[in-house]
Design a protein around this ligand. Sequence first.
Ligand code: FES
Length: 159
Amino acid sequence: MPAVNTSEVKKSDIVGMIEHHREKKGVLIPLLQEVQDRYGYVPKEAVEIIAAELDVYPVDIYGILTFYAQFHLKPRGRHIIKVCMGTACYIMGGKEILDHLKGTLGIEIDQTTEDGNFTLEVVSCLGCCGMGPVVMVDEKFYGRCDLQKMDEVLQEYGK
Ligand code: FES
């Protein structure tokens, strides 16, 4: 997922996405999904353009963005690290893994490293509890994690 500077938001790109969805019912959610797919999050500049073009209040768009957990309002890193904090993973050491990643990366949950390389998130269950503790980086799963393995994984992604 790309981390982009909001100065890269082009009105013509956003208007193109609006045209793509304009005739559909419930245009806002698929439109916002497309914006997020493009930028990795929904920039406020995009919200302003959409509000003006569709004649809706920005606050109504933010209502949707904050209601659905899938949307992000801040830029995210090139790599998204998801640490499972479900019961099985927690018991098997997930908390230690999370604390180690926070310390190594120098960030808290839902923050992004200064170089834009990593965003750290927690999830409640990744559906492979027998492999706990489990961490997911982008689309790849890592099971039976320990602190040394985490250091190796971070190196794999450019730490
Ligand atoms: S609790 Fe971690 S994968 Fe289910």
